[in-house]
Design a protein around this ligand. Sequence first.
Ligand code: WTA
Length: 659
Amino acid sequence: MSDLKDVSKDFVEVVKYEEREFAPPADFVARANMADPAVYHRAAADPEAFWAEQAEHLHWFQKWDQVLDWSDAPHAKWFVNGKLNVAYNCLDRHIEAGKGNKVAFYFEGEPGDQRVITYQELKDQVCQLANALTELNVVKGDRVVIYMPMIPELVVSLLACARIGAPHTVVFGGFSADAVRDRINDSTAEIVITADGGFRRGAPSGLKVNVDEAVKGAPTIEKVLVYKRTGQDVDWVEGRDFWWNDVVDRQSTEHEAEPMDSEDLLYLLYTSGTTGKPKGIVHTTGGYLVGTTYTHRNVFDIKDDDVYWCAADIGWVTGHSYICYAPLANGATSVMYEGTPTYPAPDRWWDIIERYKVSILYCAPTAIRAHMKEGHQHADKHDLSSLRLLGSVGEPINPEAWMWYHRHIGQEHCPIVDTWWQTETGGIMISPVPGLTTTKPGSATFPLPGIEADVVDEQGNSVPLGHAGFLVIKKPWPSMLRTLYNDDQRYIDTYWGKFGNMYFAGDGAARDEDGYYWLLGRVDDVMNVSGHRLSTAEIESALVSHDLVAEAAVVGQPDELTGEAIFAFVTLKNRAHPGDERDFGQELRNHVAKKISPIAKPKRIMFTPDLPKTRSGKIMRRLLRDIASGHALGDTTSLANQDVVNQIQDATTSAAQDE
Ligand code: WTA
C-alpha cells in the first residue's frame, strides 16, 4: 500500500495550478431535476426518509416494511420485505403508461448496421428469452454467465435473467477463455449465453471459441446459447449448444415477471482485488435499482426527450448500471454502440452524436485523452449542438483533458459531471449535481445528497481541509455491495477491516480549502489502466505461471494516455535462456493476454536478476513504483539486497518496450 506521504505529494501537484471554476449555466439551472441546494441538508438530516422517497419512483409489487436494517453490520438489508422485479420496472410499467413506442435504444454496430428498438420491442424480446431460458431449465436463483459483444441481445439477456430471477454474471468480451472458466467455476453456472463473435476494429473476433475452451475446464456447464452476430464458423457440440434463433424466436412474447425480494441476488460482477483471485461483487435487487435510478435521474438530469449515450461496455459495472438498468428504469432513450471509438475514422463518435442528436455523453477520461490526441478537428467537422451535459467516469480526469472536453465537445456550455464510484458501490457516489454545483476541472466535487463520505488518516480521523488521506463512506447506501460471493470474510476484511465502522474504498483523496474532493487514485495494489481495473497480483500470477519465470512484480507507471501503464519486473529461472529479450518479452505479453486479457498485457517488461526485498522477504513495490515513475527513491535502508536497486535503475533505460 502506498503511504499517505505519496498521496499528499500527488495532491499538491494536482491542485497547485487549478483555480478555474465553472458555475452551472442559468438555462440549465432553470430546468434542472435537482435545483434546490437544501436537498443536501434534508438527505443528511434523515437519510432513511430520503432513500424511501427515492424508492417511491419505482414500482413495487409489495411495499417494504423497513427502509434499512443495519443490525447485522456490515451486512445491509434495504427495503426489507419489499417485492419488485427489475425487468418489470425497466419495461412493463413504461408500456402500461403508454410509452411502448418510445425508443429504448438506437443501436449502431461497428460495421455501420443500425437498429431502432422501442420499449415494446425490447419487452417482447426479453419475454421470449425469459421463456427460452425457462425451457432450457433455468430457474429462479440459477446463475447465468453472459459473454457477448455490445449488441442489444446483451441487454435482452440481462433483463431476461432479472425477469425470471436468475442472477447473471457478465464477463467482459475482451477477457480470455481462462477468465470465463474461472467465473463459471466460482459461480457454478450451468448455462452460458454467448455469440459466435463480435466486431472489433473492422474484423470479427471470436467469443464462442473461448467459451468452448473455457467449458473444457468448467464441469457445471450443461448448455450454451449462441447468438449469431458475425456469421463466422464455430464448433458445435450437439445437445449442449443451441442457436438463439432456433430456441428464442419461436417463444411467446408473453411472460409474467417473477416478484423478487428486495434482497434477492440480482447479479454478480467479478472485479480485480489485491490478490490474484477476482472478487465476485454481490448486488441485490431493490436497493441497487433505487440507488442507480436516483443517481441517473439527478446526476444526468435525465428528461423524457433526452438522447443519452453512455459509451462504456456492459462488461463493466458502468454498463450494468448506466447503459442497462438505470436508463431503462428511468424510461430514457439511449444510444448503444458496439465498437471502438476511432473506427473506421477518428470522428466515429462525433458522427454518432450528430446523427442521433445525443444530448448527454458519459465516457471515460482515457477515451477523452485518445480523442484529444487525434485532435479536435475531427469533432469540429460535426454539429455537436445537441449536447447539453457531459460525464466522466473510471479514473481521475486530469484538468487538461477536462478543459479539452469542455471546450471542444461541450462547446463551453455543457456542465461536466466527473463521477466517482466503484463496482462495489453500484452507483455514483461523489459527483457534481449539474444544476447545483460549481465545478473545478479535475475534482469530482462533493458526495451526492444521501451519501456521507470523509477523508481520514491511518487512525480513521477526519483530516483537515487541504490535506490528503483515505476515502471512506460513513453510512450504508442502497446500491452498496452486500458481500463477496462465496467469501464473506474477504468482504469484511477488505472493506470494513481497516476502520471498523466505515467503508474503505481503497482510493486516496483530498479536500481542498473549499471542501472539494479530489480523487488521487488507488492506495492498494489495484491499477487503473484506461479506466479498466486490474490487479497487480493477478498479472504477477499470470507471469509466474510461465514456465521460465521465477518471480514477478507489477506496478503502475504514470501514462499520458491510459492514466497508468503496466510495468512488470521479471526474474527468470536459472535454467532459462530465453535468447532475445525482446522476443521473449513479447511471448510473456501474449502469455498474460491468454491468461487474463489483452488489456492486462504489460506495456514494459524489465528482466532483472533479483527483486528488491525487505529482510522478511517482501517485495518492495513502493521502490519499484518510484523507479517506474522516475521519482527519487525513498528510504532504502530496510532492503536486504541493496545493489539490486542500482542494477535495476541502470537497466531501466534498456527495458523492453511494447510500442
Ligand atoms: C477509479 C468504475 C477518480 C477509482 C465505475 C475507483 C475514479 C475505481 C473515478 C473503481 C473518478 C472511478 N475519479 N477515480 N471519477 N471513477 N475511479 O470498479 O480508483 O471499475 O476505486 O468502477 O476506479 O473502478 P470500477
